[in-house]
Ligand binder design. Sequence first.
Ligand SMILES: Nc1ncnc2c1ncn2[C@@H]1O[C@H](COP(=O)(O)OP(=O)(O)OP(=O)(O)O)[C@@H](O)[C@H]1O
Length: 270
Amino acid sequence: MSTSHLTRPETLLALRNVSKVFPSSTGPRTVLQQVNLTVSEGEFVCIIGHSGCGKTTLLNMVAGFLTPSEGEVLLKSEPITAPGPDRMVVFQGYALLPWLSAFENIYLAVDAVWPTKSRTQKTAIVRENLALVGLTDAAHKKPNQLSGGMKQRVAIARALSIRPEVLILDEPFGALDAITKEELQEELLKIWNASRCTVLMITHDIDEALFLCDRLVMMTNGPAARIGEILTIPFARPRERSRIMEDPAYYELRNTALDFLYRRFAHTET
Ligand SMILES: Nc1ncnc2c1ncn2[C@@H]1O[C@H](COP(=O)(O)OP(=O)(O)OP(=O)(O)O)[C@@H](O)[C@H]1O
């Protein structure tokens, strides 16, 4: 077992006084205000909050698709100014190219990041990552021949194949049925355990967050959303769903999160 969590963890990612303002028809709209968050190397962080509070905006700044209006987003103390292969994003909608097979979708990403590697080396990387998500036999299939869960596995394999330092997951299992979702959560934990990359994941599902993450970041409602509270999830790893659900701490954390979302920061239509 890795001891990296027991020794002093290194800060990998830091958001310092981050605000994001978008123009709108009624003038500037502050979506996020004064967000501060530090993420350690190898940490698994989930972000939860009501629809429209700015979770994707926050992840987009980490991904480098957006820049903060104020404050800074730092990766290893350097400001993030653009997307890069050290941060890979997996979206809810898979974002696979429909005319390419699972293998080719991943190969394309590997080729873009390591153009100088030989075809044999790149093929080996693709195969290794397809195997990691249990899709060796589906390598030749096109996205329309794959189930939602399989498509999301390909998207995860593609992201992992380029060995990102930060894996950014924007509600990756939101469109999947409950059983597939639980299977993929377990696979994701195994993969994370093996790769120990840092994960930042948006979810709307409190149980999913409690099963997966080290810390659960709870956002207040927008406009001008901020981090309201961060829960530390204490369950030992490797985690077993049935064990966690027998732990009284699980229900305490669940109630705290429910209270935050549905009482203290209940969603009111604006
Ligand atoms: N590029 C943009 N230009 C203008 N407004 C934007 C832009 N991107 C996001 N917004 C606005 O910022 C707010 C936050 O959006 P965001 O997608 O970050 O929320 P979210 O918490 O991820 O929502 P959901 O849970 O529904 O995905 C919304 O009001 C959205 O309309």
